[in-house]
Design a protein around this ligand. Structure first.
Ligand code: FES
Length: 105
């Protein structure tokens, strides 16, 4: 599945994500700057914060309870579309997913 990351200034980068992997891993492997993922995917650092593009919000789903707590510590404003990208599991259904990066992590 392909996942696009949109930088705050608007440029977009597309990466190939492995099914069963996470959006955070795909970003790191794809050399996307703007995702630091300090905790390595444990939903405990909030430095993999992304905003899910509107048409994808429902399909990606809501954050789990731990993720929900951690999102309150994200450096940039939390929005209804906020997710931790390490908690977004990549499936074929998410092919074409668009995630916007916050200004900072
Ligand atoms: Fe730390 Fe996602 S990598 S919360």
């Amino acid at each position: 599945p392909r996942v696009s990351f949109v930088h705050p200034k608007g440029e977009s980068q597309e990466v190939e994500a492995a099914e069963g992997s996470t959006a955070m891993r795909a970003a790191l492997l794809g050399g996307i700057s703007g995702i630091t993922a300090d905790c390595g995917g444990e939903a405990s650092c909030a430095t993999c914060h992304v905003y899910v593009a509107e048409p994808w919000i429902e399909r990606v789903g809501a954050p789990g309870p731990d993720e929900d707590d951690m999102l309150d510590f994200a450096e940039c404003e939390r929005r209804p579309s906020s997710r931790l990208s390490c908690q977004i599991k990549i499936t074929d259904e998410l092919d074409g997913l668009v995630l916007t990066l916050p200004e900072s992590q």
